[in-house]
Design a protein around this ligand. Structure first.
Ligand code: NAP
Length: 287
């Protein structure tokens, strides 16, 4: 059924470039339809150069909230009225909501990831994680895992030009939460082996396993152990080589599909103050 847009319909949207592939418009519009909420969610192709003008326009038209995707998750920060604790620590914003007349930046990628693993039966409190990658997705996971009570996170990334910046990022989370983060060199295979041995969860938050890196994994299956939960933020392909090898070893695994769903659900809740009907949305778009 096509929604009837009236003079009362409120605007929600996604800004980024590219955005036409995004599933967010279907997910949010369907959730509004199921709950009888009078919002319309659109996607706009916006670059860092056009963001200030787009944001001013949205505010003038009283936008109720919006999502940001690449490459705008950092560029929006200086324009906003404030940030949540998670967005401040992650230095990344994927959701903006209204608080009175102020527009506040928040990040729900980490919330989405944590909710997805919790649903798969993994509780973070007091646990140790080995995390591969230190980019945008990994940073949001580090912040939310630390806020949710993970005890220790070993973060592995390549020792390249961004290593020192990533180390400062990890040190800052360690300083502001009770979680201890250590940044380590991905090429140190002995260190990777010993950290996985100490971990109850192993998470791939790199691009390895998708696109032109599909069919590759950063972890030798010999490093698996029976108490390990293995997750991947990638959802296309549905099962990366890492997850396939972990499943064949007999381990519990989780891909990135429900992280995508639950980051959207968490954003939806900030705007509408209502729970997204995630089971119905799963049935429609996540199978
Ligand atoms: P990003 O900010 O560009 O970070 C990419 C990370 O992958 C970096 O740490 C990079 O390492 C690492 N990497 C890339 N190629 C590598 C290689 N050949 N060997 C080792 N490390 C490599 O990207 P992102 O936004 O975090 O996205 C990362 C993945 O998460 C993508 O697959 C994306 O689709 C997925 N994602 C999923 C969701 C979801 O909802 N499920 C949400 C966001 C992102 P260096 O730091 O050493 O360069």
């Amino acid at each position: 059924m096509i929604k009837e847009i009236t003079g009362h319909t409120k605007l929600l949207c996604l800004l980024g470039s590219p955005v036409s592939h995004s599933i967010s418009p279907q997910m949010h519009n369907k959730a509004c339809e199921l709950l009888g909420l009078d919002y319309c969610y659109l996607a706009f192709d916006v670059t860092p150069e056009t963001l200030p003008a787009a944001y001013e326009g949205l505010k003038t038209m009283d936008v109720q909230g919006f999502n940001l995707t690449m490459p705008l998750k950092e560029s929006i920060i200086p324009l906003l009225d404030g940030l949540t604790e998670a967005a401040t620590l992650a230095h990344s914003v994927n959701t903006v909501f209204k608080d009175g007349d102020s527009y506040i930046g928040h990040t729900t990628d980490g919330v989405g990831y944590m909710r997805s693993i919790e649903e798969a039966g993994f509780s973070a409190k007091g646990k140790t994680m080995t995390l591969l990658g230190a980019g945008g997705a990994a940073s949001s996971i580090m912040v939310q895992a630390a806020l949710d009570g993970m005890e220790e996170i070993f973060v592995f990334k390549r020792k390249n030009a961004t290593f020192d910046k990533a180390k400062a990022f990890c040190d800052n989370i360690s300083a502001h939460t009770s979680c201890k983060l250590t940044l380590l060199d991905l090429n140190d295979k002995e260190l990777l082996a010993s950290c996985i041995k100490k971990s109850q969860i192993l998470t791939n938050a790199t691009n390895v396993g998708m696109g032109n890196l599909e069919g590759q994994s950063l972890v030798d299956p010999e490093l698996f152990h029976p108490d390990l939960f293995v997750s991947d933020v990638i959802y296309h392909p549905e099962e990366t080589l890492l997850l396939q090898q972990a499943r064949e070893y007999g381990l519990k695994t989780q891909n990135g599909l429900y992280m995508l769903l639950y980051q959207g659900a968490a954003a939806f809740e900030t705007w509408t103050k209502q729970d997204m009907p995630t089971e119905a949305i799963k049935e429609l778009y996540f199978h």
